[in-house]
Structure formats: structure tokens, C-alpha cells
Design a protein around this ligand. Structure first.
Ligand SMILES: Cc1ncc(COP(=O)(O)O)c(C=O)c1O
Length: 388
């Protein structure tokens, strides 16, 4: 069992940070690696051709291990989820009348691109509504998703959990149904990979796209994507010289090469040798593997066992544990809680969460403790209508 890892972070001692879904904090040793990487850039003569390509190979292997992907060459560096999702969406042979299934109030990076390709190709954007926006409703929502997949479905593009309240989707059942009709399954793993186990071999997504600055603690402007075999012959959204065959042969760069590197490697972002970010990302992935993602999820679950009961007694409404994640969940608010007052109380107590719809989004990680949830309970009590 993992113990609290607060000493690995530099979070200010007077705040209660329960907002990893917004941004993960840097770890102390990762910050140090970043400063060292900056200094190393003072002398470019120390950077050789191999340094452009080799460092990412280490992160590829580590991330492949993290998500149980058999081939590290299917992992690429991306600058954002919107970038990774665009590479997927642009390489699906969508035809007029095809359905693209997405979910209600999905994160915009996983909405706009589908809206655009649907418009361009005459496909239908089929949005599966959340059955109840003011209370948890994961079970019924999952049922609706499965029922919506039929022979017109070309793509299902969803998050692994809902970014605002941590509703879990039954990815195995969704994969089974998409396989039956030959549809693609594209998963935005940003809000879970790193904190909730994800197994590529068990789910077999066609693409898994993750920004890493939340649950993988990396610097901003960085992400990792997995592309399965259906994308092997696609066209990337940009034409980086680095993604062409033999791009490591610097003296031959203007013997222009028509072939991309094989498979997914064509989708790497330009300047993928980012000399400052990559050493930091690598250190984050190593730490996650050392902790073990399953242990991170059980840690955040364990700190909530008793303390979330107190949150419920104070009026907070939580989904049943089977239908939500433990690292990201909504505390829905009954009408007896004055939202503005709650906002004020949380601010006064320096408890950092996000307000999303009729819930506060609570997203703990290994630096939190049970006592942190109790502070939410205190704020809920103080925010009851009629309390002065
Ligand atoms: C589900 C989800 N996907 C992606 C992102 C980030 O998207 P991008 O990397 O395109 O900025 C967020 C940010 O909150 C998110 O919640």
C-alpha cells in the first residue's frame, strides 16, 4: 500500500490541493531535472544527432509499460490532446451519413474536431446525453451509449472517464459493440491515464490520446498518444522532417524522402526532441511506474473510505463507487447548499477544487490525505442555506 507522497512535491503547506484534474503539480526531482536540462542547452555543441531521437525512445518504452501496449513504436509525443485527436479524426474514412458518437459535455478538444470533420464529410455528430445533469447517473448513461452504437456508427470518441465528474465508461463493453459494427474507438485518456489503470491489450482502442500535465505530472504543452494499426497508413496533420524515413541522416536531409517513418511514428509532433521537456517527462513516467498506477488509485480510494462518508453527511451527493473514479469525482450539491457561499468558504479555507455544473469536482492524488476531504465537509456545513 502506498503512503502519502506529499514530500515529493513543493505544494504550499497552507493550501489543500484537490485539483489534479486541472493541473498536476511538478515533483521536486522533476523540477530539478528541468533546471538541469535548461542549463545543458547553454552549449549546443554537446547535442549530437542521436540526441534528437534517442531520448524519446525511453519515454516510449515507459509509457508503453504504463498502458500495457506491446509495441512502444505506437507511442508518439504530442503537444496537446486536440493535436492527437485531430490526427485520428483526419484519418478516418468518414462518409456521408456515418455517425460519430460523442458524449454530452465532452471536453472541447474532443468535440470541435469531430464537429468539424462531421461538417466537412456530411457525417452526423450523435451526442449521447447525460440522463441527469444534476445528479450522478453513470449506469444509465453507459446503457445509453451501448444502445446508440449500431451499423451507422463509424466512430465512438469518448473520454475514459468524464472530465467533470469522473463517471466511468464501460470501455470493454463499448469496444465489443464497436467491434461488432466495425467502428473506431478513440479514447481521450487525459483525465485518467496515470491515476487509473488503462490496459491497451484489454481495451484495444484504435487511439488513446493523453495530455500528460495532469495525472502524469509533466510540464504543460506535452502529451502522449497511442495509435493502433488502423492508422498505420494515414497522413499526419503536419509534415515534420523528423517523421520521414531516415531523418537521422542529417547530411541527406534534402534528398527529400517521400516515405514516412513506419506506422504511428508519422504522427509525432514537430521538434519532438524537446530537450527540456523530455527528461522531465521521462522522470515522471519512471515515478508513476515505481508507484504503480493501481496503487495510486487504491491510495486515493483509501483516503476517502471514511472521510467521504463525512462529506455525504454534510450534504454532498456522490455517485456509487462502482460508477465513478476515485481520483476524480463530483460532489453534487443539494439545494440546501448555497453555491456562492460554498465558493467563499472553500476560498477562505484555501481548499482548491473546481466548480463544474451542479457539482464541485474533487481530484485528489498521492499528496492528499483523508483530512483534506474533511475540510470539504466543513465547508459544506458552513454553506448550508440559513447558516451565518
Ligand atoms: C478530458 C480532457 N481532455 C483534454 C484536455 C486538455 O486538452 P488539450 O491538451 O487539447 O489542451 C483536458 C483539460 O482539462 C481534459 O479535461
Amino acid at each position: 500500500m502506498l503512503s502519502c507522497q506529499k514530500d515529493k512535491f513543493s505544494l504550499p503547506s497552507d493550501i489543500t490541493y484537490l485539483n489534479c484534474a486541472y493541473r498536476g503539480p511538478l515533483m521536486k526531482h522533476v523540477e530539478k531535472i528541468g533546471w538541469e536540462a535548461v542549463s545543458q542547452n547553454n552549449d549546443p555543441s554537446l547535442i549530437n544527432a542521436g540526441d534528437f531521437f534517442e531520448p524519446f525512445k525511453r519515454s516510449q518504452k515507459l509509457f508503453a509499460q504504463l498502458i500495457n501496449a506491446p509495441d512502444p513504436n505506437r507511442i508518439v509525443l504530442i503537444p496537446s490532446s486536440s493535436y492527437g485527436l485531430s490526427n485520428a479524426a483526419n484519418n478516418i474514412d468518414l462518409k456521408k451519413g456515418d455517425d460519430i458518437i460523442i458524449l454530452d459535455e465532452q471536453f472541447p478538444s474532443n468535440y470541435y474536431i469531430w464537429e468539424r470533420v462531421a461538417k466537412e464529410r456530411g457525417a452526423n455528430l450523435k451526442i449521447i446525453e447525460n440522463p441527469n445533469k444534476t445528479l450522478p447517473s453513470g449506469e444509465l448513461w453507459n446503457e445509453r451509449i451501448l444502445n446508440a452504437i449500431d451499423s451507422s456508427t463509424k466512430v465512438v470518441a469518448i473520454g475514459s472517464v468524464h472530465w467533470a465528474d469522473g463517471t466511468k465508461y464501460d470501455l470493454k463493453a463499448i469496444r465489443k459493440k464497436t467491434d461488432e459494427v466495425g467502428a473506431y474507438l478513440i479514447i481521450d485518456g487525459t483525465q485518467s491515464v496515470g491515476a487509473l489503470p488503462f490496459d491497451v491489450q484489454a481495451i484495444n482502442p484504435d487511439a488513446l490520446i493523453c495530455s500528460t500535465y495532469k495525472w502524469m505530472f509533466s510540464p504543460y504543452g506535452c502529451g502522449l498518444a497511442y495509435y493502433g494499426p488502423r492508422f498505420d497508413d494515414g497522413t499526419p496533420i503536419e509534415e515534420s522532417w523528423m517523421n520521414r524515413k531516415d531523418s537521422h541522416l542529417f547530411e541527406k536531409l534534402v534528398d527529400y524522402e517521400s516515405a514516412y517513418k513506419s506506422g504511428a511514428m508519422r504522427y509525432m509532433v514537430g521538434q519532438s526532441s524537446n530537450f527540456i521537456v523530455l527528461p522531465m517527462l521521462e522522470a515522471c513516467l519512471k515515478q508513476l511506474l515505481e508507484w504503480g498506477v493501481e496503487h495510486i488509485q487504491s491510495y486515493v480510494q483509501s483516503i476517502g473510505i471514511d472521510s467521504l462518508e463525512v462529506v455525504k453527511e454534510a450534504g454532498g451527493i456522490l455517485a456509487s463507487p462502482e460508477t465513478r473514479a476515485d481520483h476524480l469525482f463530483g460532489v453534487y450539491l443539494p439545494k440546501e447548499i448555497d453555491k456562492d457561499k460554498l465558493r467563499h468558504e472553500l476560498k477562505e479555507c484555501k481548499v482548491i477544487v473546481s466548480f463544474r455544473g451542479n457539482a464541485i469536482r474533487v481530484s485528489p492524488n498521492v499528496y492528499n490525505e483523508a483530512a483534506d476531504f474533511l475540510k470539504i465537509a466543513e465547508c459544506l456545513k458552513a454553506a448550508r442555506v440559513g447558516t451565518t
